[in-house]
Design a protein around this ligand. Sequence first.
Ligand SMILES: N[C@@H](CCC(=O)N[C@@H](CS)C(=O)NCC(=O)O)C(=O)O
Length: 219
Amino acid sequence: MTYKLYWYAGSAAMAPHAILHDIGGEFELIEAEGAYLKSEAYRALNPNGTVPVLVYGDGKVLYESAAICQFLAEQHPETGLSPAVDDPHRGQYLQWMAHLTNTVQEAMTIWWHPDHYTEVTEVQQKLVRESEERLDRLWQVLDRHLQHHGPHLCGDRFFACDYYLAMLIRWTREMEKPGEQYPHLNHLVRLTMARPGYQKMLKDQKITQTVLPDAVART
Ligand SMILES: N[C@@H](CCC(=O)N[C@@H](CS)C(=O)NCC(=O)O)C(=O)O
């Protein structure tokens, strides 16, 4: 299968891009940013004008980062990134993928783009504050989960959902409480950073990522 990934640096294309490296074959990267995302040509691929987009096979198109991650991981069971249908981890894996994209990513979108919701500056500021509070609650739950059931979301195995979580955590670096300040989330980022596929993705995207020191020692 041939793959083409539309991306820009540090975006929701990070996790699918790392998975493509784990798959190991050749793939094409097409940097797509700014006005091009709003062009007719790009909107024919993704009418929402966002990255990532995956083109595969005979020109089939997929958008939504979480769907692309799950699709790629399932197409390539040899990567070990997706638990098989009869794997005991399967249910939890699906839960985490849905939770991360549906709930955590959604809370983050409000922080990054309060302007999508209102033009009123004071309301935007309130939305940002509330989004940080909501994320704090979500991170606490995830951190506790990793403390008791980690080090990865599904325990001892690393799956596509862990790439997804590491990507979302990266997006919080400018927030008051970055995800990496939570000790078990911090550890998960370190485990992800140690993976060659993630490192290759960072290199392609020209991202120099260092992990923040964790504020609290892991227990
Ligand atoms: N739910 C979508 C969100 C995609 C999305 O918002 N991508 C951002 C980058 S992280 C984007 O392309 N923004 C460009 C724009 O809105 O102009 C996904 O997970 O793929």
